[in-house]
Design a protein around this ligand. Sequence first.
Ligand SMILES: [Zn+2]
Length: 1035
Amino acid sequence: MDLFDSHSTEHANLPRNMIENSMFEEEPDVVDLAKDSTAFPTFPALDPDEVAYEPRSSRLLVRGLGENDMDEDEEDCESSARLLGMSFMNRSSAHRSSSSPYTRQAPPRSCSRPSARTMVVCVLFLVIVASMTMVLYFLPGCTFTKAGCRKPNKTTPVEPIYPISTNGELFPWAQLRLPYSIHPISYDLTLNPNLDDMTFTGQTVINMTVLHNTKRIVLHGANLNITKATFKLGDGEVKDVTVLEYKPRQQLAVKFSEELKAGQYCVLTLDYSATLSHTYDGFYNSSYTDKDGNRRVLAATQFEPLYARKAFPCFDEPSFKATFLIKISRKQDYMTLSNMPKAKSTLLPNGLVQDEFERTSVKMSTYLVAFIVSNFTPISKNVSNTLVSVYSVPEKKEHTDYALDTASKLLEFYNSFFEIEYPLKKLDLVAIPDFLAGAMENWGLITFRETTLLVGKESSPLEKQVVASVIAHELAHQWFGNLVTMSWWNDLWLNEGFATYMQYMSLQTVLPQLDTGNLFLSVRFRAMDKDALNSSHSVSTEVNTPEQVEEMFDSVSYEKGASILLMLNTSLPGDQQFRKGIIEYLKEFSGANTDTDDLWNSLTKVEVSTHHQNVSEMMNSWTSQKGFPLVTVSRNGDEVNLTQEHFLLTSENATHASSLWNIPVTYVNDSCSLAPECRQVFNLKTKSGTLKVPKSVKWLKLNYRNTGFYIVHYGNEGWAALIDALSKNVSVLTHEDRASLIHNIFALSRFGRVSFQQVLNVLEYMPSETESAPVTEALLQLNRIYRLLDKRQESGLVARMRSYILMHFGSLMKSQTWGEEKSVSKQELRSSLLGMACSMKEENCTQQAKSLFKQYVDSNETFRIPGDLQHVVFSVAAQSDKDWTTLHSMYERVAYDAEKRKILQALASTEDTRRLVWVLKAGLEGDIIQTQDLPLIISTVCNGFAGYLFAWDFIQENWDRLIEKFPVGSFAIQTIIKSATSQFSTQAHLNQVQAFFSSLKERGSQMRSVQEALETIRLNQRWMDENLPTLRKRL
Ligand SMILES: [Zn+2]
């Protein structure tokens, strides 16, 4: 899956019911607690795969019962009483007597040893027990019939506590993850969507094999109304069976009185009905307005990570791979697509057509299944043995050529790079009008946002760069992810880190003119910024709950994953070694599931060089611990001492004490600093190490071209020498190295290791800098400070910062052209310079922008504003009343999605607060502005002074609706939280943010991004306290 960009978002939504259910999970079924585990003999002893995992809620209760330091009887009675008391208070307050049903000071101690003194309390208590038993008995899913004061046996291991199914029976499985006793082999899916009433019916036939003796089949299903279920064992008879459902975990189960035996085959057939999802996940409905103004409906799927279960009952975990045969019915004027080519179409008696697709020729995980019912039209081309097609709504067909051409080139590249042919006969790339993620790599049927697939013939190279990058990412997934899949979401980086790395690597070869190098460099910087926080996580990390799975789709899995692969590739001797290793890995695990160690082992195996290096040993230090190192350099004559420490921005509650990384430190010096041959390597595995350099060496630059995932501090002398060298000749270092120095010095300032004066010293050379990477990095960092000062209403300092930026970048800003520009890096440079200049209302910039906008409007929109400048031009226009209105009407009219998004950003950048409120509301409503763009709107509004507090209020007021649209933990929610809070820097705001998120409880308080937000505000606050005096003195 591609997350699109930091302003946008990805993928699927947690359904409303799941959020409610996760709240419900906190409130356990009372019978779980009360049940005597021996009283349920029909349940099998633990499956071999049933490890002693306790669901969170039951663990709390077990602790409540067994881990207090009270007398056992007392605590037992108390716990039961507490439960009863709570239930009593919650549900029967009208019956509450004046004596409290339960207080800690006067526990009904005599539960097992009644005494006269407590008799009255006990009698009262028993009355409550009796009445509550009756009340609870009639509550759905709640049968409080086996309660009693029992002594828990502390020495017995905890038995699984089975929950209650919707029909009141005990559900035979108590874990989030499915048992491994049954494995699916193949699915036959029949789907009958009705796009008039937005419902569908389906039949799922699952052929399975029994791996361990078991009395149950447990699988996933969410919001499916099962209407009929049959089961057949081996060659036996088909029998009706009852399907149990436990909604909080979206699980279905069938229980058997006799064991299914290992080695047997069986078939489960489930008929069901459901509603097409109204969010962006599962089998969801979408619509668009065609060129004649008619609303056209369609249905598409988004199953990653946990939503195949909303479309059909299945074993919805990545390691349960199987084959799929899919049949879908449709009206005659519609068409359908699925992973495989269509095998045949049959006219049904009801006038509909049923399309049947070939059975998948490969085994695949459920999250990769996809189907679409729409009226899209394709263009196609044969590439090797694969028919590549790009589909769009009919009126956008002319925007599909670039995607077809790019996908074809990339498919050929990957076929030969991986030495494994893409295994399917067709590959469809489909632009979906309503799509939350950037794109999704469904095998053979990749789905995209329109922005990430469609480009006009005249689109700018930067727009093409977006499209090519996303296609390269999704195509890489056809091997990394689809052919070889991570066993579980804890290793999501094996999919996403790899696809992200391959996207940059392949484009540098296939479309070098797109110049993706700078983009990759800047995403590595951003990944470090996030990973420097205590709230970060290791690349490979434990995940269990749906929210934790969602949270894995973040910059650590994607960008840090890609960064450490780059570091590994560049540190292996011999440029083919990395490639050989991954070919070995793909061949060995083709069709299977893997974890991180499998990858490192494959790469270690191909190691044939003389400097033998154990890849596992090195890479484990990068994947198993969060964060990254700071390497500090100190030099004494010919000896250079390097020390490493965890670059952790906040030390509160830190758990980093003994972090050590195996760092392939690279370095160049003044005698040879540009060519790859200049690069030398020193492996720093311990806390410190010493390398020798000739005494004549004037300066060292570590982390050559910033291919390593670490930050370097050169000490005062080291920095001074580098600054001196740059002041004499900018080209003494590569542009990546210059950008790396700028990124590092700002990071060190944030870390508190250098003063802001030192940052300003490094930036002194900027007036002679003309390359995109260092300029954009410097502007991004200065802009962050500028915005913080602005939000603090430090107007004097804001003005001085503005002058500082204009003094250092003004001449470069002025020298930018406003016409068409072919070079990507020049486009990057000017959009960043002009974006900054115009946002600071630099006269020359705003005048130029206004004049371009006027030409555009006067020409009836036939005059073309270069694509990379549209954002700047529209944003300046949006500051005037009249032009905002013009843009507003343009937004409704323009069909091309990339342009539409730029207009939307402009609309959201106005300083008119009433309009800002309108944009925010419209984004939430989803009629005029698609809700998929709400994270982009929020992040734009938060950038400006006028709207950032409104946006924060808006988020608080609409939190429940937001998590209805975007799942808790998802990238969309991560983006929203980050945008809304990252510019706060005061105690008052810290308190507000803390209070709001802690009030959410299970509606989001546990998210990592909340921790990240709080940490960021504290850091901003600290940085301001420490640096405001310097800024006042030096700016
Ligand atoms: Zn991806």
